[in-house]
Design a protein around this ligand. Structure first.
Ligand SMILES: Cc1cc2nc3c(=O)[nH]c(=O)nc-3n(C[C@H](O)[C@H](O)[C@H](O)COP(=O)(O)OP(=O)(O)OC[C@H]3O[C@@H](n4cnc5c(N)ncnc54)[C@H](O)[C@@H]3O)c2cc1C
Length: 397
């Protein structure tokens, strides 16, 4: 029997971040994940970590190593190209400098983020990653949780975090329902070298079918680089993924309307299905759902993992308060507070992103014109613009 304060089931970026954050706060934490820790993995995505998430990663002691390979995001630019002609008809720039003296956030390759977090867990004496292993069952009692691993080993913990992803087995075992819906879209993900510098501007282009996003990355061989997330109807994603690099670059240049000059595909590509999902409850006895076990959103406005880090920060804060007050870190009071603080905000955010994605998908001209009017209204009035930026950054409760 392995004893610990907190068991984190799932060592994706969210689970590793939770382990590092709680470990840095002095809790004994065990993280379990089937993926081999000595292999880099194949996640080609990048994550735009917004400022509140960066603060959590700083507290976890993992940000320093991530910052080395990160690109600053100082402007979020939305381009509406939903007119009859394929051309920008409304461009709205949201500048971080209007709100603060730092960028909105930093874009980090997922492989680099994972490596930095794994290194941090090695440094922390009170954290342990058990890789090549999974949680197969969970029995909870009033005073403890007993998690059974595939190898037959048992972990006894005061609190279990389900960070085991969108198909969370722990969520299912706890009988917590999740509502999932589809958009008929897929996201094509790859890196590009651009003919023009990005100047720290992250650009989201809206025409129809879904947003096309260019997020700055550090220069490659002295040439400007960006990660592309191109959301399109499923069939088109399949067709685009089949193109050779030259043809894909040509399609992309057309879609980007020349905003970035000549484009060159840099490396492999991946296709991700787009869904949204939200759990009906965030807690069970001795159990808290975090990250994609709790919520999944389309990749718009860099919300997914940033919401997950808000979950983690909320739980870590509550665990620290409980410990300081001599209370149980997995007790019902802490779990109820976590559910109350996170669930309503999470539902609102998932609903907001759902609306944005449907607006980006819009085909009917009237809807595309409404979308343009909405963007203009949000951008033109400074108080509304600032509110939109603050909401995008994520309100921490
Ligand atoms: C194209 C795209 C772009 C994105 N860009 C951004 C962005 O810029 N900013 C942002 O904030 N978010 C972004 N997101 C969202 C973000 O990538 C995800 O939220 C995040 O990667 C999910 O991490 P996770 O740790 O919750 O889940 P996962 O990465 O799915 O991790 C779950 C882990 O649990 C493990 N596991 C499963 N079952 C068990 C078990 N029984 N026991 C133990 N372990 C188990 C799995 O092996 C896996 O490692 C993007 C998403 C997409 C699709």
């Amino acid at each position: 029997m392995i004893e610990t304060d907190i068991l984190v089931a799932g060592g994706g970026i969210a689970g590793l971040s939770a382990t590092a954050r709680l470990g840095a706060a002095g809790f004994d934490v065990i993280c379990v994940d089937p993926a081999p820790a000595d292999q880099p993995g194949s996640d080609l995505r990048t994550t735009a970590f917004l400022q509140p998430a960066v603060e959590t990663l700083e507290r976890a002691g993992a940000w320093g190593a991530m910052a080395d390979g990160a690109a600053a995001l100082s402007t979020m630019r939305l381009v509406d190209a939903g007119g009859a002609e394929r051309a920008p008809r409304e461009t709205a720039g949201f500048e971080a400098s209007e709100l603060m003296d730092r960028p909105f956030g930093w874009n980090v390759p997922n492989i680099a983020a994972r490596a930095a977090l794994l290194d941090r867990l090695e440094e922390l004496p009170n954290t342990r990653l058990i890789d090549r292993e999974r949680v197969t069952s969970l029995v909870t009692r009033r005073t403890e949780a007993l998690a059974r691993l595939e190898s037959g080993e048992t972990v006894r913990a005061k609190l279990v975090l389900a960070a085991d992803g969108r198909d969370s087995r722990l969520r299912e075992k706890a009988g917590i329902r999740a509502h999932r819906w589809h958009y008929g879209q897929k996201a094509l993900v790859f890196a590009v070298i651009m003919g023009r510098p990005h100047d720290g501007v992250s650009t989201e282009i809206h025409r129809t079918g879904g947003p096309l996003t260019f997020v700055p990355m550090p220069d490659r061989d002295g040439r400007p680089c960006a990660s592309v997330v191109w959301m399109v109807p499923g069939a088109r994603a399949g067709a685009l993924a089949e193109l050779d690099d030259r043809m894909l670059a040509a399609e992309l240049e057309l879609e980007a309307m020349g905003l970035f000059g000549r484009l060159e595909i840099a490396g492999a590509r991946a296709v991700w299905p787009i869904i949204a999902q939200v759990a009906a409850r965030l807690t069970g006895q001795r159990l808290a759902l975090v990250a994609e076990a709790a919520h999944v959103v389309p990749p718009i406005g860099a919300q997914g993992l940033n919401m997950s880090l808000t979950d983690i920060e909320c739980l870590a804060g509550l665990a620290e308060e409980a410990r300081a007050a001599g209370l149980d870190v997995g007790g019902p009071d802490l779990l109820d507070t976590y559910h109350r603080r996170r669930h309503a905000e999470m539902l609102a955010r998932v609903a907001g992103i759902d609306v944005l994605n449907r607006a980006a998908q819009a085909e009917a001209q009237l809807l595309r014109d409404l979308r343009r009017a909405g963007l203009r209204a949000i951008h033109e009035a400074a108080p509304i613009r600032h509110l939109a930026m603050k909401l995008g950054l994520g309100v921490r409760s």
